[in-house]
Design a binder for this molecule. Sequence first.
Ligand SMILES: NC(=O)c1ccc[n+]([C@@H]2O[C@H](COP(=O)([O-])OP(=O)(O)OC[C@H]3O[C@@H](n4cnc5c(N)ncnc54)[C@H](OP(=O)(O)O)[C@@H]3O)[C@@H](O)[C@H]2O)c1
Length: 305
Amino acid sequence: MKKVLVLGGTGFVGKNLCSALVSAGYQVFVLTRNLTKARQVLGNNIKTLVWRGPQSLTPSAALPETEYIINLAGESIGEGRWTRQKKKRILDSRVNTTRTVVNAIKNKTLKPSLLINASAVGFYGPHGDEQLTEDTPAGQDFLARVCRAWESEAYEARALGVNVITLRIGVVLGKNGGALEKMQLPFKFYMGGPLGTGDQWLSWIHLEDLTGSIIYILENGNITGPVNATAPHPVTMREFCRTLGKVMGKPSWLQVPTTVLRLALGEQADMLLNGQRVIPAKLQDAGYTFKFPTLNQALENIIKN
Ligand SMILES: NC(=O)c1ccc[n+]([C@@H]2O[C@H](COP(=O)([O-])OP(=O)(O)OC[C@H]3O[C@@H](n4cnc5c(N)ncnc54)[C@H](OP(=O)(O)O)[C@@H]3O)[C@@H](O)[C@H]2O)c1
C-alpha cells in the first residue's frame, strides 16, 4: 500500500482528496494544526498527526515514511477582508509551510519521491482573452506574487532528488463548501448576475476532476513541474452566471458594478473582477480524461444530484 502524507487535508479540497485516496487504495496520513477538528472531519480511516504549523515541523508522533507528500495548507483567501495582516498570513502560511516541508526533506525527516504542492491560476495574474498554458510567465499582482513565492519554495526540493509538481488550481466547484456555495447564494434570492463587466475569464475545475487528476499524477510517473488543474473549457464570468442561473432555474440579471465591489471588498475585489483563461495543457498531453469537461456538466452534477 503506497503511503501519502497530506498537509491541509482537513480543508474543502483536502478532505475530499483524502477520501478519494483511501478509495484508490492509498494509506493516508494528515498533518494538521488541530487534531480534534481533523478527527471529526476525516473519520477513522485516516491517521492524523498534529504539528505546530508553519513555524516548525514538530509532529506529535514519529512521521511515517511516505512516498508522496501533498501540500495544500494555507490561510483561506476567500474568508475575511484583505487587511495588511491578512495578506501577510496568506503569504506566510503558504511559503513557511512549504519551506518547513522542504527542510524536513533536507534533514531526512521526510523522504518522499514526489511532492505535489498547491498553487493557483492566480499565478498568471490578470489577463484578457488569450489562452494561458503552463509556459505562460507569472503575473505581478498580489496573488501572482504569493503563488510565485509558494512555488519557488516547493521547487527547492528538486535539488534533493524529489519530483516536484505545483498544481495551478482554478476555482474548485463541489458540494458543501468552496466558492460555489457563496456564488449560489444571490441566485437563491433571484439576485444573481455577473460581477463587474462579466467579460473576465473564470477557470474552474470540478472537485472530482481535481482529486482524479492528483491520483492520475501519482500513478503516472512522467509528469513534473507546473500543472494547470483546470477544466478544458474555461468560461467568462457572464457565461458562468448564465449557466449557474439556468441549472438552478433562477434568472441571472443583476450585474454588480465594479465600483460597488471595490468599495465592498477593497483589494480582494480584484480576484473577482480580473481573471485568466487557463488551459490544462499538461494534463491533456498526459492523457487525463476529464469527467466534467464543461461547466454545464459540472454544475448539473453538483447541484442536481
Ligand atoms: N478551493 C479553491 O477553489 C482553490 C483554488 C485555487 C487554489 N486553491 C488552493 O488549494 C489549497 C486547498 O484549498 P481549500 O479550498 O481546500 O482550502 P481550505 O478549505 O481553506 O483548507 C486549507 C487547509 O490549510 C490549513 N490551514 C489553514 N490556515 C492555515 C494557516 N494559517 N497556516 C497553516 N495551515 C493552514 C488547514 O488545515 P489544518 O487546520 O488541518 O491545519 C485547512 O484545512 C489552498 O492552499 C488553496 O489556496 C484552492
